[in-house]
Each structure stands twice: as structure tokens, then as C-alpha cells.
Design a protein around this ligand. Structure first.
Ligand code: PLP
Length: 453
């Protein structure tokens, strides 16, 4: 018997009743991907209030790489609950914060001396990385990418690319942010092809310094090593090295936003390792806390020390319960083969998804790194018009058949996989069966005839 178990139509009556209460109590701006209200979760599955059990390909948007309610995380949290919940690290500090900083300094790429700051959310960590970069360089400008996502606070919205639903109506945004194209080869902004393009998009940074903003006015370039919300785009391996070489030539810092690509998602602890790069600052969050809110900025010690005493912090920043959970997360990565597992999950996904791509041309591209995988859906494989409505139908079919998935992409036409890395092979196959039926259903609904593989 599989893990998925549905005993009501989805959503069930209790979820529907909660949805009605929610509609009058919660603003519509906080939307949700599925209409299912959760009662409990474990490892790679979750159960709703009507007793339906699902496999979870979303993992709370990439926050549960080590799995839901992992025992070492629960034990660490419970131990901390017995001691104290909050003191504010800026008033009376505690060891877990310092210990976690030491471990993050060792775990992140780069053998140079590092320091780590903890805050509450990915957006808050990005904000702090920008503050630190500006304090260190004395320069205001930040260069971000098309299709980037860095958060929903006003500074991070300025860095985030997608207009609807994130940015529209919320202007004005903080200034001195400049945007250049990412290495999204499937939709190259310059209509070039890798490798004959010779990484034109990375080299174009030099041109940006001449035509858009002077390098001496730029503090940092910020990039996601693999685009998250932007659609799980993986740049060519030498993209970031080329970009960083140009940054170094001009005294511009490089910030890697590993909020979504970090903590084993890509088969490395940090995706930066795949490219062989050592960012000046690395931003982490999501799976760092094993399900609790926690985020970090880790970077070269001399850069991290640029802001003076009192320049950084926050009331709940680096709270002791989250720090205890994060220490357990790092232990899990040291004691279990989750990085290998991430790679195996990615391989299993790619093997199946490449068959779908051949059979159903609605699957335009299959891409990803390790367990960070996605399919981009298009109207036709030659013109590549984004198939956003079909993508919505795929995710709806999935949750109605017991698989929680979420979408991504500037055109909302990407289905992404952020499954907890503790999923078993049997569960993975069960989930992929559902996703396969969903893609087939949507393809055939369009009246097309499947090509024979
Ligand atoms: C790459 C990246 N940066 C920053 C953020 C913002 O993180 P948070 O939602 O914790 O503020 C996200 C969230 O999805 C993200 O994917």
C-alpha cells in the first residue's frame, strides 16, 4: 500500500469550513497553493483535517529538506523548551547562537575567516546582507537579476523581479538597484546559445558598469545560484566564476542568496559549491531551521564587521529554539547521507521527466540540480509560449490525487520539486505517478495526440 490515502473529495468538509472562516478573517493578499488545511506531518507526508494523506513535494517551500518533524530536531527543540524560550541575544546572549555561527562559518564555502549573523526570515537576511555590503564598501548600488526573487519586504521587493503578484501596486521601492539578465538559457535574453555565446550575459556586466551604473557606485551583485521562484534555472557552470572575476576587478562584492538552493537541496550543502565559487556573503534561511523560522548572513569576517555595534540585530533574531533546531539540522547532514539522497532524488525525477518530455511536448524543459528539480510547461516546444493555465491545472490535479506541488517561474509555468530529502524510493515513484498522470491529463485535454516514445 502506498502513502497517499484519500478518503474524501479534496478539499474535504473540514478544510472547506476552515476556508470559509479564513475568507472573512485573513486578507486575500495571503493566497495559498492548495485548499487543504493540515492536521499533522511526518518525514515526506502530511495529513489534512479530513484525514487525507498526501506526499509533500513542496516541503513548506523548501524549508523541510531534512523532513517534517525529524526526531533530532524535535529533541533539540524540546531540550531548549525546557530551558528558556527567549531572552533577546542583544540583551543576554546564549551559547547556541555562538555555536551555530561557528558551524555556519565552517560549513559555508571558503576557507577564509568568517562571521555569521542570524535573523528571522530570508528577506530580513537579504536586507542585512545589503546593509553589510554597503557599510563595507561605502557604495550604494546593488545589481540584481531578471527573474530573481529575494523576498517581499520593500528593499527585497526592489531586488525581486516578477511584477505580478509581488511588486505591482507596492511602489515606490528603495533605489540604486539595477537589473541585468540571468543565464536563463532556455529563454536567453540575447537569443544566444551556450557555449557559443561565450557567457555574453556574464561578460555584459562590464558593459553595465559603462552604460548603466559606474562600478565605483556599486556595493554588490546579488544572485541566486539556482533561481528559486524564478523557475529553478541552473546557469552554466562557469557563469558565476566569470561574473565574480568581473566583480573582483571592480571591488564589487558578490552575495549568493542560497535561501532556496541551500541546505542540501542541490546535492551539495550549498549550490555555490557546484560552481566552485566562494561568495563574499552567503544568505541562508528556509531549511536552516528544520521547520522553525531562522535565517543567516555568513561572510568574510572583515566585511561582516563593517557595521558598528548596534547596527545589526532584531528582537527575535536568532532565537534560541530556532538555533537549537538548526544545530540538529547540521548534525543530520553530518550523520545521514542526505546529500547523496538529494542527488538520487534528482536523478530519479530526471529519468521520468525526460520520458514525459519526449511523449508530451507540453514539457518544454526538464532541469535542476540534485533534488532541486522542475519542469517548464509550454504551449509548443518550438515557440515555447508559457503554459501558465496548464501548469495551474497540473498542480490542481496533483493535490486532488494526493500530491502537494507548487509552481514557479516569471510566467508561472514551472512545476518545482522541493520534496523532503527523506522521501523513500517507493514514495518518490508514487508521487511521480501522480505528476505523470497530471501532465498527461493536461496534455490530452488540449486535444493533442501523444507521440510514441
Ligand atoms: C532565493 C530566496 N531569497 C529570499 C527569499 C525570502 O525568504 P522569506 O520568505 O523567508 O523572507 C526566498 C523565499 O522564497 C527565496 O526563495
Amino acid at each position: 500500500m502506498g502513502t497517499i490515502h484519500l478518503q474524501t473529495a479534496i478539499p474535504g468538509p473540514k478544510s472547506k469550513a476552515l476556508a470559509a472562516r479564513r475568507a472573512s478573517a485573513v486578507p486575500r493578499g495571503l493566497s495559498h497553493g492548495t485548499p487543504i488545511y493540515v492536521a499533522q506531518a511526518e518525514d515526506a507526508w502530511l495529513e489534512d483535517v479530513d484525514g487525507n494523506r498526501y506526499l509533500d513535494f513542496a516541503g513548506g517551500i523548501g524549508c523541510l529538506n531534512v523532513g517534517h518533524r525529524r526526531k533530532p530536531v524535535l529533541a533539540a527543540v524540546s531540550n531548549q523548551l525546557d530551558r528558556f524560550l527567549h531572552t533577546c541575544v542583544q540583551v543576554t546572549p546564549y551559547e547556541a547562537y555562538v555555536q551555530l555561527a561557528e558551524r555556519m562559518n565552517r560549513a559555508t564555502p571558503g576557507k577564509f575567516p568568517k562571521k555569521t549573523l542570524f535573523v528571522n526570515s530570508g528577506a530580513e537576511a537579504v536586507e542585512n546582507a545589503i546593509k553589510i555590503a554597503r557599510a563595507h564598501t561605502g557604495r550604494p548600488g546593488i545589481i540584481a537579476f531578471e527573474d530573481a526573487f529575494h523576498g517581499r519586504t520593500l528593499m527585497t521587493l526592489s531586488l525581486t523581479s516578477k511584477t505580478h503578484p509581488y511588486k505591482a501596486g507596492f511602489a515606490p521601492f528603495p533605489g540604486d538597484v539595477y537589473r541585468i539578465p540571468y543565464a536563463y538559457c532556455y529563454r536567453c535574453s540575447y537569443s544566444l546559445t551556450y557555449p557559443s555565446c561565450d557567457l555574453f550575459c556574464a561578460r555584459h556586466l562590464e558593459d553595465t558598469f559603462k552604460r548603466v551604473v559606474a562600478s565605483e557606485d556599486v556595493a554588490a551583485v546579488i544572485a541566486e545560484p539556482v533561481l528559486g521562484e524564478g523557475g529553478f534555472v541552473v546557469p552554466p557552470r562557469d557563469f558565476f566564476r566569470t561574473l565574480i572575476e568581473i566583480c573582483q576587478k571592480h571591488g564589487v562584492l558578490f552575495i549568493a542568496d542560497e535561501v532556496q538552493s541551500g541546505f542540501g537541496r542541490t546535492g551539495r550543502l550549498f549550490a555555490s559549491e557546484y560552481y566552485g565559487i566562494e561568495p563574499d556573503l552567503i544568505v541562508t534561511a528556509k531549511s536552516l531551521g528544520g521547520g522553525l523560522p531562522l535565517a543567516a548572513v555568513t561572510g568574510r569576517a572583515e566585511i561582516m564587521d563593517a557595521p558598528g555595534p548596534g547596527g545589526l540585530g532584531g528582537t527575535f533574531a536568532g532565537n534560541p529554539v530556532s538555533c537549537a533546531a538548526a544545530l540538529a539540522v547540521l548534525d543530520i547532514f553530518e550523520s545521514e547521507n542526505l546529500l547523496e539522497r538529494s542527488q538520487a532524488i534528482g536523478d530519479r525525477f530526471q529519468e521520468r521527466a525526460h520520458v514525459w518530455q519526449k511523449r508530451w511536448p507540453i514539457v518544454g524543459e526538464v532541469r535542476g540540480l540534485g533534488g532541486m528539480q522542475a519542469i517548464e510547461l509550454v504551449q509548443s516546444s518550438d515557440k515555447r509560449e508559457p503554459a501558465a493555465e496548464e501548469t495551474r491545472q497540473v498542480t490542481q490535479y496533483c493535490y486532488e490525487h494526493g500530491l502537494i506541488t507548487i509552481t514557479a517561474g516569471s510566467y508561472s509555468n514551472v512545476v518545482r520539486v522541493l520534496v523532503p530529502l527523506v522521501i523513500t524510493d517507493e514514495q518518490m515513484d508514487e508521487a511521480l505517478d501522480v505528476l505523470e498522470s497530471a501532465v498527461q491529463m493536461v496534455y490530452e485535454k488540449r486535444g493533442a495526440v501523444a507521440q510514441t516514445v
